[in-house]
Design a protein around this ligand. Sequence first.
Ligand SMILES: NC(=O)c1ccc[n+]([C@@H]2O[C@H](COP(=O)([O-])OP(=O)(O)OC[C@H]3O[C@@H](n4cnc5c(N)ncnc54)[C@H](O)[C@@H]3O)[C@@H](O)[C@H]2O)c1
Ligand SMILES: [Zn+2]
Ligand SMILES: [Zn+2]
Length: 351
Amino acid sequence: MKALVYDGPGKKSWIEVPDPVIKNPSDVIVRLDATTICGTDLHILKGDVPAVTPGRILGHEGVGKITAIGSSVVNLKVGDRVLISCIKSCGSCSNCKIGLYSHCLGDEGVSGIGWIFGHLIDGTQAEFVRVPYAENSLYKLPDSVSDEEAVMLSDIFPTGFEIGVQYGGIKPGDVVAVIGSGPIGLAVIATAGLYGAARIIAVDLDANRLEMAKEFGATHSVISSAPDWKAQVMALTDGAGVDVAIEAVGLPETFTMATEIVRPGGHVANVGVHGKEIVLHVEKLWIQNIFISMGLVNTSSTPMLLKLVESKKLPAAKMVTHRFNFDQFLEAYDTFGRAAQTKALKVLISR
Ligand SMILES: NC(=O)c1ccc[n+]([C@@H]2O[C@H](COP(=O)([O-])OP(=O)(O)OC[C@H]3O[C@@H](n4cnc5c(N)ncnc54)[C@H](O)[C@@H]3O)[C@@H](O)[C@H]2O)c1
Ligand SMILES: [Zn+2]
Ligand SMILES: [Zn+2]
């Protein structure tokens, strides 16, 4: 089969590799129909994730059909059309039992790490993939949900909803600011209304991304390069700050921005992946009674989000701005990697 293989920092190729085979009784093999590229894949390619070693097939999002099943798999069969979740879940460890799949203790990849595809085991940017713990890590898809809608549920929508909206504790009537309108920030914006956010303020440097934010449900937008960006956000509240400030960028400055606009008693939910040290001004924040949360997505909300997509209540397909086929993989990476120029949000790569 062909696959997108990481060859070390800055290097990748779409090359012929051996087909995956069933290794454990709970495995299945999926023939991918569609996959996509995540910002995390770009981080890996820069060499920011040293756990990813040369030779690894990248990708942790995908949709396809089962071509082989392990001996203990009973609830899935060859031919089933399935969504692949970005997080493994053995379903039986103490963390899986409480829905903390992000820290699944199953020893596939590394025990205690839920994100393994395209990281610690071969991923989904390939014609076929081996899926461990398949009965708990795959979701059967109804015919009415398209490949492009479904693939947005592998990572983007559960991440925005669980780590942004749910950890942020959004309540009816809340004023919510979302810093960063990339695919993750847009998924936060699209799901913030589920818990009754009254105002959703999108904050980004990029005017095009703010336009997109309005399409996904933002009620207001603020360009964060404006010297008075903070005053603009405050003017959209009762003056005390937003109820929930969500960081969806992954930079020290954007995390600090979230702590500067949250009201006393409010929540800061960090979704961004951070690589640099951040100064947290506890000497100023202690008296504010704020809650700060962060974490890796569990994907425990995937079945619920799938129902919303099925009933056309989530604009999942709108996330796809560019389409490619498998032999244009390198072109897809180029388009996604130059998102500021190409205006790419998510690129769909299909068979
Ligand atoms: N916690 C998790 O489980 C999880 C899962 C997936 C992704 N993530 C992380 O979520 C973050 C967002 O992902 P994405 O794919 O949407 O990223 P992205 O790079 O596509 O989007 C980031 C957005 O932030 C904007 N931005 C940059 N600097 C800014 C600033 N100073 N002020 C305001 N906006 C600014 C950019 O213009 C862009 O629109 C990343 O850090 C990613 O790694 C976390
Ligand atoms: Zn991802
Ligand atoms: Zn587990």
